[in-house]
Structure formats: structure tokens, C-alpha cells
Design a protein around this ligand. Structure first.
Ligand code: ZN
Length: 148
């Protein structure tokens, strides 16, 4: 995958134009802010976690198509997962976009659309911003996350 047209696949375009789970989450019990100075992507992630299971996830902020689509698809993928499953998903996603895993992983489902990002190193930070913010939220880190 060396073509930008392949990077911005239909799913990514769809989720960047019509992000799912956007806005503050009423009754959230975890949140964190993330910033990618390289691209200017900013997001706030809200989580509602009960008994170690992510009940709901939403995000707000402004960023490029990749960071927005990543946050949208990530919040969809998180619901109903245990914190351990979320950690495993983060690992699989990170390996996918950095190129240290095969192009596709069954556990990632729709998130596999980001496989093309590995061809564009500066875009890896856009794709992983939401995930680093997710880790900060689960750990209740007060400092905003920066990819730099
Ligand atoms: Zn970006």
C-alpha cells in the first residue's frame, strides 16, 4: 500500500466525515486529553467504565481525517470490552500501524483499515493519538498526552 487513495479508504473517509460517538459523555468516570503537535490533532476522550468493562466511550476535538476516523472507530470498538481486552486491542493496533505485525489481524475487525498508515510515518501519530489518550484515561492521568 503506497497509494494515498488506498490510505484514505472508504471507511476512513466515512468516519472522518461522520464521526461516531462524538461529544461529551454524560456520567463518564474517566477522561483524558491528547494532542499531536506534528499535525495539530486534539481530542478529549470520555469513558464510562463499570466493573472493569467499558460501557460507553465518546470523544470530542478537532483533527485531521486519520485522527478523527481513528477515534471514531476506536470508540466503537471499545464498548463491552474489558480493560485487559482494551490493552490487547491497543497492542494489536499499534503493531498494525507501525508495521511490526502482518497487514491484518482478525482481532482488529474494522480497525484493519488503518494498515496503510504504516507507509506514512507521520500519520502513525495521527492514528494512535486516540489510543494513547485512551491509555491515559484508563490510568486517570491528569497531564494531557502528547505524541511528541
Ligand atoms: Zn493528524
Amino acid at each position: 500500500m503506497s497509494d494515498l487513495r488506498e490510505l484514505y479508504q472508504e471507511v476512513i473517509i466515512d468516519h472522518s466525515r461522520r464521526p461516531r460517538n462524538r461529544g461529551e459523555l454524560p456520567g463518564h468516570n474517566h477522561s483524558a486529553e491528547g494532542f499531536n503537535p506534528l499535525c495539530g490533532d486534539r481530542l478529549t476522550l470520555y469513558l464510562k467504565v463499570e466493573n472493569g468493562i467499558v460501557q460507553d466511550a465518546r470523544f470530542d476535538g478537532a483533527g485531521c481525517a486519520i485522527s478523527t476516523a481513528s477515534a471514531s472507530l476506536m470508540t466503537e470498538a471499545l464498548k463491552g470490552k474489558t480493560e485487559a481486552q482494551v490493552e490487547a486491542l491497543f497492542g494489536a493496533f499499534h503493531d498494525l500501524v507501525t508495521g511490526s505485525a502482518p497487514e491484518e489481524s482478525p482481532s482488529l475487525g474494522k480497525l484493519n483499515v488503518f494498515a496503510g498508515v504504516r507507509e506514512f510515518p507521520t500519520r502513525v501519530k495521527c492514528a494512535t493519538l486516540a489510543w494513547h489518550t485512551l491509555q491515559a484515561a484508563l490510568r486517570d492521568r491528569a497531564e494531557p498526552v502528547s505524541t511528541e
